[in-house]
Design a protein around this ligand. Structure first.
Ligand code: MN3
Length: 386
């Protein structure tokens, strides 16, 4: 039986690599749904090649263009964000791969879980914003959330066969990004291009900036907290420049398990889609002799403030991680548009966290409101800076 897959965000970095994995395993997978936000031309190429049952273009202005281009194909075409919430519920879908950017992943993922679809989770912001609701709803609907993020895939692989054994500590590895070891003075003058130049991973712009500020690692700590039920005090971030160990789990007997390999997102994508099977492939293999030195050091949270802010947000709890995420999305966009500097990003996020309304017990509607409110607050803070 082939697994029928919906890819939300098929034109992005994870989406295109997932299609490569599917293309290499036509006996195991088929594409049921493809969705994109704006990149219509690539969506059309993908639709023609993979012949999904349906495509969704989130930007409704591009609906006519897609319809015209695919008029000779037996493919249903929908537009708008509400269509995303609908299409994930299609009877024929087995797994929904959530690979869209940021907050936009939340509601489609929630609806997919409600419709009892297993989730291959690449959109970490879903768990940052609404980890409690998402994990609770998944449990109620007996839905598996299979991590695609390389660190969480590593932790998940370390935990296989260990489900009776408590976790003493999660060691979440972090490449350190392009600015590892830099001082505050040096960071004052870094540019967008410097920040977009990640040493190990080739990713989309939003996550590459998050990697440079270490907000990505903060988000991953929150993601690990919800996925594996481990408090933030038992999650230690370890800077490991080479990105060969993708994360580790320490058990109560002191034993540490690590998952290793070359940094290639196709591996965790394939593991999530193929789980519990390991699928044979011919990706390049890791060689110890080519990496004679693997290094480890603590992160500097005084310089990379965002990582400390993420720990603060999860410890405050309630809607605060949602505030953190919304403020971060706005400042990253402002940084990419060259409106604010690199170091102004954590400064503004911290202020937004102080100004947003804190709600201890927040339902999905509260989080939607929090997201809107925090974006407004953050934009005002940016305007007062420039
Ligand atoms: Mn990661």
């Amino acid at each position: 039986m082939k697994k029928r897959i919906a890819i939300l965000g098929s034109t992005g970095s994870i989406g295109t690599q997932a299609l490569e994995v599917i293309q290499q395993n036509p006996d195991k997978f088929e594409v049921e749904v493809l969705t994109a936000n704006n990149n219509v031309d690539l969506l059309i190429v993908q639709a023609k090649q993979f012949q999904p049952n349906a495509v969704v273009i989130a930007n409704p202005e591009k609906y006519n263009y897609v319809t015209e281009a695919l008029k000779n194909e037996p493919i249903k075409i929908y537009a708008g964000t509400e269509a995303l919430n609908q299409v994930v519920q299609m009877e024929s879908i087995d797994i929904v791969l959530t690979a869209m950017v940021g907050y936009s992943g939340l509601l489609p993922t929630y609806h997919a879980i409600k419709a009892k679809k297993n989730i291959a989770l690449a959109n970490k912001e879903t768990l940052v914003v609404a980890g409690e609701i998402i994990t609770k709803t998944a449990l109620e609907n007996q839905v598996a959330i299979l991590p695609v993020d390389s660190e969480h895939s590593a932790i998940f692989q370390c935990l296989t066969g260990e489900f009776m054994n408590p976790i003493e500590k999660i060691l979440l590895t972090c490449s350190g990004g392009p600015f590892r070891g830099k001082s505050i003075e040096e960071l004052q003058h870094v540019t967008v291009d410097n920040a977009l130049n990640h040493p190990n991973w080739d990713m989309g712009a939003k996550i590459t900036i998050d990697s440079a500020t270490l907000m990505n690692k903060g988000f991953e700590m929150i993601e690990a907290h919800w996925l594996f039920g481990v408090p933030s005090s038992k999650i230690e971030v370890v800077v490991h420049q080479q990105s060969i160990i993708h994360s580790m789990v320490q058990f109560e007997d002191g034993s540490v398990k690590a998952q290793m390999g070359l940094p290639d997102m196709k591996l965790p994508i394939q593991y999530a889609l193929g789980f519990p099977e390991r699928i044979k492939n011919n990706f390049p293999r890791f060689s110890f002799t080519e990496y004679p030195t693997l290094t480890f050091e603590p992160p500097d949270t005084k310089i990379f403030r965002n990582l400390a802010l993420a720990f603060e947000a999860i410890n405050i709890g309630g809607n605060m991680p949602c505030v953190l995420n919304a403020a971060n999305e706005v400042v990253v966009e402002a940084f990419l548009n060259r409106q604010i500097s690199f170091l102004q990003m954590p400064e503004i996020i911290e202020k937004a966290m102080g100004k947003a309304t804190w709600i201890e017990k927040s339902g999905l509607d509260d989080l939607v409101t929090t997201n809107t409110e925090t974006r407004r607050i953050t934009k005002l803070l940016i305007e007062s800076k420039i």
